[in-house]
Design a protein around this ligand. Structure first.
Ligand SMILES: *Cc1c(COP(=O)(O)O)cnc(C)c1O
Length: 387
């Protein structure tokens, strides 16, 4: 393996398992990205929009009531307070700005539940970029509110009618489009997945979560935390929080997956979306159907850097099921007056279990990746199905 290719990998994970036609666009993206992340003008413009459009820095909030009940000190990194309601906007603003610098006039993306689609459409509108979002026909039916949002924001939502009419087919269509229109088109991935350089791009654009949290906890506690916890779908909010702390060996880190979509906890090593990583698959390498009550965790793969951190033993990965997530959702809402998204509700439930086994007074930062308004219908339907 050449030196150049080494940087495509996290240990043995990652890489570029792609058709040859994607080499040119990925090389072009790689070159532009590594140039602009060091460019002063780019960084200043990005920080301006993160601050004034998205609402950064987000508070690191000491959850006093929760801490009293659980007997540990809990800080919530409030990504739920960002514009559009979740951390995804950090990444879409940054990549749209990169696209603009690269001279691209058009953004494409795929979306499953529509959250990444909405974040992409918002950033594209901000920067006057044309925006086409691929979405499976089934998902369009299930997520009509997000579809309407994307349309209002000026994006075209392109229905994908092949196969299971969900995310998998939407990804294939988006890639096909990219290969055909690479000259004017930027493909915006929503999590730290896919072939190099995407996992690095998304991590670099989300690590602001951990950088802020590090500064904020040192101000408030005069020391680093004992634990970091985040939910893991593709893994972008988790790697964003963890990355700036990775070298601090004493800090324990926990990634919480959905029980029915635990690629790291129940998957095997394989290739998904152009990268070698843990994947939920059967004996023949067929990708398995996943289930999670949280749309953002319902994904059969995970970013390759998480696979590496698991293999190294640096981060522990666990699962929480739907019932636990609903518990976490209601618990935080009642106790703190904050309605969390169902994705980080998995981590909140795990935190409650963790509090029982770690020492009293330990300091924990939990990434509250998004707010729960989007999930009210799902929670109400779940409750109804039980009664
Ligand atoms: C999309 C989403 C996630 C999962 O994505 P990651 O890339 O794993 O962060 C988690 N929380 C919220 C609120 C989301 O919208």
């Amino acid at each position: 393996m050449s030196r150049k290719q080494n940087k495509w990998y996290f240990g043995k994970f990652g890489g570029r398992f792609i058709p040859e036609t994607l080499l040119f666009p990925l090389n072009e993206l790689e070159e532009a990205f590594f140039y602009y992340i060091k460019d002063k003008g780019f960084k200043e413009e990005l920080n301006y929009f993160l601050k004034n459009f998205a609402g950064r820095p987000t508070p690191l909030y000491f959850a006093k009531n929760l801490s009293e009940i659980l007997g540990i000190k809990i800080y919530l990194k409030r990504e739920d307070l960002l514009h559009t309601g979740a951390h995804k906007i950090n990444n879409t603003i940054a990549q749209c700005l990169l696209a603009k610098r690269m001279g691209k006039k058009r953004i494409i993306a795929e979306t499953g539940a529509g959250q990444h689609g909405v974040a992409t459409a918002s950033a594209a509108a901000l920067f006057n970029l044309e925006c086409d979002i691929y979405m499976g026909e089934e998902d369009i039916k299930r997520q009509h509110v997000n579809v309407e949002r994307m349309k209002l924001l000026g994006a075209n939502v392109i229905p994908v009618k092949s196969g299971s009419k969900t995310l998998k087919e939407a990804v294939s269509e988006a890639i096909r489009d990219w290969i055909k229109n690479v000259k004017n088109t930027y493909y915006l991935l929503g999590s730290c997945v896919g072939p190099f350089p995407y996992p690095v791009i998304v991590r670099e654009f989300q690590k602001v979560i951990g950088e802020e949290a590090k500064k904020q906890i040192l101000e408030k506690e005069k020391k680093l935390p004992d634990y970091l916890i985040a939910c893991v779908g593709g893994g972008s909010n988790a790697i964003g929080l963890f990355y700036p702390f990775l070298k601090e060996k004493k800090i324990k880190m926990i990634g919480v997956e959905a029980y029915g979509a635990g690629s790291l906890t129940k998957g095997k090593i394989g290739i998904l979306q152009g990268a070698l990583t843990y994947v939920l698959q059967n004996k023949n390498g067929q990708i398995l159907d996943t289930h999670s009550i949280a749309p953002g965790l319902d994904y059969p793969g995970v970013g390759p850097e998480h696979s590496f951190l698991k293999e190294k033993g640096r981060v522990k990965y666990v699962t929480v099921n739907d019932k636990g997530a609903i518990y976490g959702f209601k618990f935080l809402t009642k106790v703190e007056g904050i309605i969390p998204a169902l994705e980080p509700s998995h981590a909140i439930y795990y935190l409650k279990k963790l509090a029982k086994i770690i020492g009293k007074g330990k300091v924990v930062i939990l990434c509250l990746s998004g707010r729960g308004d989007k999930d009210l219908d799902i929670v109400l339907r779940y409750e109804k199905s039980l009664s």
